[in-house]
Design a binder for this molecule. Structure first.
Ligand code: C2E
Ligand code: MG
Ligand code: MG
Ligand code: MG
Length: 279
């Protein structure tokens, strides 16, 4: 119980603690140990340029292997890490590891090395030290700011008063800012007026069913059109078929990401694919 933090501290001793709260507290404690024991790994999923599918960037996606066992999905543990605050330390590790790998690709592959995209959670955006952390990490690894994009969500920006200021400070460093899961929030278009965004990552839900649904095609085309009008890059998320890729190109998309092109993979596999690809 000593390892439980925040609201769970008192609840942990009450007999009516429900199963999900207990599970939550157990996961929170295990996550702390996991970070100390080095149980986290990063995978990288290529972001490709259409129509040829040339890798231009990669998105870092964290995996947790508790006790070296089967990986736990970030969808399960990121929310817990957000609530107990561990995401701040975990996020610093993710940023450092991703930048270290990106710098290594730069050294080995020069201009054909992929840019790096790193997810930043709502809680991290509420940390006033985040811009300093990002700046120090870039310097430590010798990366230029324009080689790094931070992926944020609409909910994160609306979560607190200081989050938007922090996004401006990050953008002022020169890093790219991508709006993740774009179009799924309640005020996606409003945000474009105030948030210094460079990339829209159009959510998978708008990319699914691209064949044969005129409504879906119209929405996907509108979203790429908004990006083009505002001078932003649009990336289509969750592309699973060649048909989707073909339609996306016709609808104005020049960048895409999804299992059709590549699954998330270890850094060494990105390295190997660069040796066999003419960039
Ligand atoms: P996201 O940032 O939108 O990442 C894309 C997710 O979609 C990844 O799931 C990826 O594996 C999955 N995906 C990519 N292409 C396809 C496809 O063609 N089909 C389908 N069905 N899925 C596809 P993953 O790795 O499980 O991550 C889930 C979410 O967890 C991420 O969504 C992000 O919100 C969060 N996350 C992952 N890594 C990190 C991290 O390092 N830091 C933070 N703060 N959040 C992370
Ligand atoms: Mg993302
Ligand atoms: Mg995404
Ligand atoms: Mg998503």
């Amino acid at each position: 119980a000593a390892q439980r933090v925040g609201t769970n501290r008192h609840q942990a001793h009450t007999p009516d603690l429900d199963a999900s709260a207990q599970h939550h507290a157990d996961v929170a404690a295990a996550l702390r140990h996991g970070l100390e024991r080095g149980e986290f790994r990063l995978l990288y999923q290529p972001i490709v340029e259409l129509p040829l599918g040339t890798m231009r960037a990669v998105e870092a996606l964290v995996r947790w292997h508790p006790d070296g066992g089967k990986p736990v999905s970030p969808a399960e543990f990121i929310p817990v890490a957000e609530q107990n605050g561990l995401i701040v330390d975990l996020g610093a590790w993710i940023l450092d590891t991703a930048c270290a790998d990106a710098a290594e690709w730069q050294r080995r592959h020069g201009a054909s090395a992929p840019l790096i995209s790193v997810n930043v959670s709502a809680r991290q955006l509420l940390d006033p030290d985040l811009p300093d952390l990002v700046a120090a990490t870039l310097v430590r690894h010798g990366l230029d700011p324009d080689q790094v994009t931070l992926e944020i969500t609409e909910t994160a920006v609306f979560a607190g008063g200081t989050a938007l200021n922090t996004v401006h400070a990050l953008r002022d460093l020169g890093v790219g800012i991508a709006l993740d899961d774009f179009g799924t929030g309640h005020s996606s278009l409003t945000l474009l007026r105030t948030c210094p965004v460079t990339t829209l990552k159009v959510d998978k839900s708008f990319i699914d069913e691209l064949n044969g649904s005129p409504q879906q095609e119209a929405i996907a085309a509108s979203l790429s059109g908004i990006a083009a009008t505002l001078g932003l890059r649009a990336v289509a998320e969750g592309v699973e078929t060649q048909n989707q890729a073909d339609r996306l190109y016709v609808l104005g998309y020049r960048y895409a990401q999804g299992f059709h092109f590549a699954r998330p993979m270890p850094a060494a596999d990105i390295d190997a694919s660069l040796l066999t690809t003419v960039g």
